[in-house]
Design a protein around this ligand. Structure first.
Ligand code: RAM
Length: 536
């Protein structure tokens, strides 16, 4: 029924005549979920600690899980269960009568969380510009003890906090067990971890794999706590890591088809798709950087699978994304970011004034090369003959207008802003190569005034640019410091936002709503597998 609703949606609004068929293809590639039953490994107690990440840590409690699960419940008690790993799925609470019989409902507040501070920071007054509804706390009224209660809401996290809000004194009952049905479509890892990794890199590798595994559901989600949806930019990075881990290419195919089928009225990809109750796009979310990364995902999918039928089927979508991007390019071969109202996302540092014009110029050049490569593999270069010439002219225009030969860096926008992202994308696009690339990256990274990356997403591209520029020792050090910093601060899965110098950084103005298991942060596996000689 839901799939039908979705098909109806595309039939009535589709830009591409094959959209309804594409949606069926997406359904046909939907993976099954694997289930793992998890139980808590220990009880923990929170401690405010300004040396801990975001000011809170958990210590082992002297009470065992079985002692906690036989304690008569009384209002005011708080139990915190530690499951020892990050999980995505469904929580079941079991209660058991210990003495006499139930004479009043039991009232509990349960909360799942990924990080200690998320469970211990007061949430009111709510400070984020995202909904309070993302927090995973629920009030339960249990009318019948001795019956399992399974929460219908899917949750994500490692810790479960149960507060007793109301319990009768005239009978005793205990929270006899808590279990968690953890789900993921990832399955077994198909690729072995390289043998020669240092202990620190091994730890980073493990956390990366866990991050991707948790985000692999019936789509690649960005974060299983939040936003629980499919974003094109996250998909690109996830698909790269999937190659070197679970190799579930059907999931990538499903996601490519969903974006194509649910494109906007003008054929551009909508940046993100919400899967439930039926797949639908977040109407109006037009983000050109992610439109173009969809092309790269299709190219990488083709390289991984050799599935030319799918790539041929979807080629027109890739071409449409490219045409749309080229419509912003003026006679001077500069991408005009003000031409239309569009979201150009490279990093959440956009809230701190990151200027994206130079990075967008470069991202367009990179996309032209990638789309041309796709056309070449599909025998369709005759349709895009002009691409290499445009890319060459855009490269020259970037050097002419944005490159400061004296300082050896790319400046962005009218204020001539210096940022690491501008250099990164210029290197990725081949606008800066060799010694010039090294100089630009080194200068921006060392300059305190330059805008540094604020997310693992942006950092991924920095590490990639370093490798491309031949700064291999620096790339290894940067990756180890950045992702290793999260591991040292207790990450079981990698976080959405991370600044080594600011544990409270939040793109949403309130850190508890940040996602601590975030797709775009899982890429160390990609680097360690793709460049074994660099990361060992
Ligand atoms: C965030 C999402 C996602 C990202 C977009 C731009 O809210 O979590 O990961 O791709 O924004």
């Amino acid at each position: 029924m839901n799939a039908l609703l979705s098909i109806l949606l595309v039939v009535t609004s589709a830009f591409y005549p094959q959209s309804a068929k594409w949606l069926e293809q997406a359904e046909a590639s939907k993976p099954a979920l694997h289930h793992t039953l998890c139980t808590p490994v220990r009880m923990v107690e929170p401690h405010a600690d300004n040396t801990a990440f975001q000011g809170w840590r958990y210590d082992a409690s002297p009470v065992t899980v079985s002692e906690a699960c036989s304690t008569p419940l009384r209002a005011g008690q708080v139990f915190t269960f530690d499951f020892g790993r990050h999980m995505v799925g469904y929580l079941t609470l079991n209660t058991r009568t210990l003495r006499r019989c139930q004479d009043a409902p039991l009232r509990l507040r349960v909360m799942m969380g990924e990080l200690p501070a998320e469970l211990n920071t007061p949430l009111e007054p709510w400070g984020a510009w995202l909904s309070r509804g993302w927090m995973q706390d629920e009030v339960l009224t249990i009318e019948q003890v001795d019956q399992p209660v399974t929460l219908s809401r899917r949750m994500a996290g490692r810790y479960l906090k149960v507060e007793v809000l109301g319990a009768s004194k005239d009978f005793d009952c205990a929270l006899s067990s808590v279990t968690f049905d953890a789900v993921s479509s990832a399955g077994e890892e198909q690729v072995r971890m390289p043998d020669n990794l240092s202990d620190e890199l091994q730890a980073i590798y493990r956390v990366s794999v866990a991050t991707l595994q948790e985000c692999m559901q019936t789509v690649y989600e960005d974060g299983p706590k939040r936003d629980r949806r499919l974003w094109s930019g996250d998909l690109y990075l996830q698909s790269l890591v999937n190659r070197y881990s679970f190799r579930n290419f059907d999931l990538t195919k499903r996601c490519l088809y969903l974006f194509a089928a649910l494109a906007a009225d003008d054929g551009t990809i909508i940046s993100n798709i919400i899967e439930q109750p039926y797949p639908h796009p977040q109407i109006g979310s037009y983000m050109i950087t992610y439109c173009l990364l969809w092309n790269s995902t299709l190219l990488e999918y083709l390289i991984d699978t050799g599935d030319t039928a799918t790539a041929q089927d979807l080629w027109q979508v890739a071409k449409r994304q490219m045409e749309d991007a080229l419509s912003y390019v003026g006679e001077d071969y500069i991408f005009d970011i003000h031409k239309r109202d569009v979201w150009i996302f490279f990093d959440w540092r956009e809230h701190e004034g990151l200027d994206v014009s130079a990075a967008m110029q470069a991202a367009t050049v990179f996309a032209i090369d990638q789309t041309y490569d796709l056309a070449r593999r599909l025998g369709r270069t005759n349709e895009v003959k002009h691409y290499p010439d445009i890319a060459a002219k855009m490269r020259r225009a970037a050097i002419r207008q944005m490159y400061d030969a004296k300082r050896g860096v790319i400046f962005s926008g009218p204020e001539r802003q210096l940022s690491v992202q501008s250099q990164t994308w210029a290197v990725k696009a081949g606008i800066l190569t060799g010694a010039k690339a090294r100089k630009a990256l080194t200068t921006a990274l060392a300059d305190r005034q330059a805008i540094q990356p604020g997310t693992p997403y942006a950092t991924h591209y920095v590490v990639e640019a370093m490798v491309l520029a031949g700064m291999t020792a620096e790339a290894r050090e940067y990756l180890t410091d950045y992702w290793g910093g999260m591991v040292r601060k207790g990450a079981d899965t990698f976080w959405e936002a991370y600044d080594p110098n600011n544990d409270y950084l939040s793109p949403y103005d309130f850190f508890p709503v940040n996602s601590a298991c975030h797709a775009w942060s899982c890429t160390p596996v990609y680097f360690m597998q793709k460049y074994p000689e660099v990361f060992k």
